[in-house]
Design a binder for this molecule. Structure first.
Ligand code: DAH
Length: 345
């Protein structure tokens, strides 16, 4: 018995010292000290010994147990130390970390939120509406007579209405956000101030300053005693808030079927500060909007009495504003998903 205990001790100690990892050590623990482990079984045999031998062998068995437990404990802490040492070698805390990719708003969205903020501060609400439109809201309500040459200015994309119940020529992709004058004014009662940003479509050859789809925003206000100077003051305020206080706006007279009188607005070139550059085609000014007093026919078409209410309206190329603000020399960059471009704005 004595010999057996010594043998158990020796073999346990040498196996424990050789253990390569924690798992192997756990297995050994079970193999020697577990319920049917070698030492446990040997201790159970103690009862079979003659009485006078028991205390001595019992003490030896205890010593063996303690030695095995201590060896396991020591080996365990050595293994833990080795593991953290290895990890330390693997993790070089001096290597610069990997910066997580953080997205940001698309330049068009930045401009859009900017515009909404300025007009919100002037009491304008924001609305949106359908890109697929009817002739009625794109033209009819807006005082474009049928077959009138003014429609030609709006290079319209017509939808194929084959096999549908729509009359040919009735359904189109909206050419301007002015469609939302009729759609909203029909529903709400004056006074109101509204802006409508959105995508519009034109049958147009694309180049650096023209796209077949681009963003606009429409703005209009209807109230009592609204005048042309309210329109000019509002646009002047917007331009200064949007581009910076030193930016100027100038107006030229124009003609739109849905406004009378009408104007066109130009901002001083933010790139060259009116000196003349490629961006403004050497003129120092960039055309950005059209506007005017809402035509009485339009108010009548939406059920608002023009003898009691007046309004102004304007439409701006949001994409144009974005390229100007970010000094992009090509409108198409706004629809290019290349991150090397987008990350610059
Ligand atoms: N809808 C016009 C366009 O896209 C822009 C415009 C001009 C809008 C005058 C207006 C306006 O509301 O009054 O060319």
């Amino acid at each position: 018995m004595e010999e057996e205990l010594i043998q158990i001790k020796n073999s346990a100690v040498s196996l424990i010292l050789d253990a390569k990892d924690k798992r192997e050590l756990d297995d050994l623990k079970i193999r020697f000290l577990g319920r049917s482990g070698r030492l446990t079984l040997a201790i159970r045999e103690l009862s079979k010994l003659p009485k006078e031998k028991r205390p001595e062998i019992g003490r030896l068995a205890n010593e063996v147990k303690n030695t095995i437990e201590e060896t396991i404990f020591e080996k365990e802490s050595r293994l833990t130390k080795q593991r953290s040492q290895k990890l330390k070698e693997k993790i070089d805390i001096t290597i610069p970390g990997i910066k997580p990719l953080i997205g940001h708003l698309h330049p068009l969205s930045q401009v859009l939120y900017n515009v909404i903020d300025v007009f919100k501060s002037l009491g304008f609400q924001t609305a949106d509406g359908p890109e697929i439109e009817t002739d009625k809201y794109n033209f009819g309500v807006l005082n474009f007579p049928k077959d009138h040459p003014a429609r030609d200015t709006q290079q319209t994309l017509f939808l194929d209405t084959h096999n549908s119940k729509h009359t040919p020529g009735e359904t189109i992709l909206r050419t301007h956000t002015s469609t939302m004058q009729g759609r909203i004014m029909e529903k709400i009662k004056p006074p109101f101030r509204v802006i409508v940003p959105g995508k519009v479509f034109r049958y147009e050859q694309t180049d650096s300053s023209h796209g077949f789809e681009f963003w606009q925003f429409e703005g209009y206000a209807v109230d009592k005693n609204i005048t042309f100077t309210d329109l000019m003051g509002t646009l002047d305020y917007f331009v200064r808030k949007f581009f910076g206080e030193s930016t100027k706006i100038k107006f030229a007279s124009h003609n739109f079927p849905f406004t009378e009188p009408s104007l066109e607005g130009y901002v001083s070139c933010v790139v060259c500060k009116e000196k003349g550059c490629n961006f403004c085609k050497q003129s120092g000014w960039v055309e950005v909007l059209g506007g005017g007093m809402i035509h009485p026919n339009v108010l009548n078409n939406v059920g608002i009495d023009p003898s009691r209410w007046q309004g102004f309206a304007f439409g701006t190329g949001l994409s144009r504003l974005a390229t100007l603000k970010f000094q992009m020399d090509d409108l198409r960059l706004l629809t290019n998903p290349d991150l090397r471009i987008l990350n610059q704005f």
